[in-house]
Design a protein around this ligand. Structure first.
Ligand code: SF4
Ligand code: SF4
Length: 300
């Protein structure tokens, strides 16, 4: 769908409130990717430019992309490397430490394109490396948090709807908190084999089957998602999140969107976005920001 002058995933239309959908965002200064500043920084991964990110993706958008291009090698690789969990593509703690070290699994080197463009995650969808104002950046940040929150609520609801034991899954993370530094596979960057098997609750070898069932249920219930979003909260392990934050240390700021504690509740996120719009219409223009500098700093 085209929204605010750019292509964003279709499910945003279901998730964003009408008031925000119909509003006009603070103007974005569009990057010229043909003159990417990352081409000149002497980094061997320059070909991937800003697609050095390791995105988190819910199972229902990931499966939509999978069904569109099942012949792509990436899908089997995600399973073989144990990068998937029942909720979707969830970076292991080690991957979070290495976030920005890509290229991203979905980046097609030959074409220079994103393999999940129409389903890409909110961070990728709302990425403006040359932002025109702090206000514009704040607006997109609120939208990204909002969509991230919605995607998490829906992916967890889907699991419960198809009979997956979400409660036990979350409790597993409570138990993993004490060993957060040891639960990744450093070779594959995925989850350690025994942890992966526990979290999948007997679905090993049938990972895509479970994901496809969740996606079918998503499609059958698109009309009801609004009610789900209003009635459910995110389930997460507080002790695991705390342990992860300690482990990540200075990296934490860069990956805060994956920490559920930092997702705004829906009302707060929309109030933030709305405030940005009001400021944009009034006199309160933000200072120019330095996002492009941050791209350069985080990718070297
Ligand atoms: S860093 Fe900016 S200019 Fe370069 S490819 Fe990414 S969005 Fe385009
Ligand atoms: S998901 Fe797509 S847009 Fe996002 S980092 Fe990967 S290749 Fe780039």
């Amino acid at each position: 769908m085209k929204w605010q002058g750019q292509i964003v995933p279709n499910h945003w239309q279901i998730m964003l409130p009408r008031k925000i959908l119909q509003s006009k965002a603070p103007p974005a200064s569009r990057p010229d990717c043909s003159k990417c500043p990352m081409d000149d920084i002497g980094d061997p991964r320059n070909y991937a430019r800003c697609c050095t990110f390791y995105p988190e993706m819910p199972q229902f958008t990931l499966t939509e992309a999978y069904l569109e291009r099942p012949e792509d090698d990436v899908w089997q690789s995600l399973v073989t490397r144990r990068l998937l969990l029942p909720e979707g593509l969830i970076p292991s703690p080690y991957r979070l430490q290495r976030i920005g070290s890509g290229p991203c699994d979905f980046f097609h080197r030959q074409t220079g394109q994103c393999g999940v463009y129409l389903q890409r995650n909110p961070i990728c969808s709302g990425w403006f490396c040359r932002s025109s104002s702090a206000n514009q950046e704040a607006y997109w940040s609120a939208i990204k948090h909002y969509i991230g929150h919605c995607e998490t609520v829906i992916r967890q609801w889907l699991l419960e709807e198809i009979g997956f034991d979400l409660e036990s899954y979350v409790q597993c993370f409570d138990e993993l908190a004490a060993q957060v530094t040891k639960i990744s596979d450093l070779q594959t960057e995925g989850w350690r084999r025994d942890i992966y098997e526990t979290l999948w609750q007997g679905y090993i070898g049938h990972e895509w089957e479970l994901m496809c069932r969740a996606y079918e249920h998503y499609k059958d219930n698109i009309q009801n998602l609004d009610k789900v979003l209003k009635s459910r909260k995110i389930r997460y392990s507080k002790s695991f999140t705390t342990a992860l934050r300690t482990m990540l240390g200075p990296h934490y700021r860069g990956v805060e969107i994956v920490s559920y504690e930092n997702y705004f509740d829906l009302t707060t996120a929309m109030n933030k976005a709305q405030k940005c719009l009001e400021q944009e219409n009034g006199a309160l223009q933000g200072e120019p920001n330095s996002l492009v500098n941050r791209v350069l700093q985080t990718s070297i």
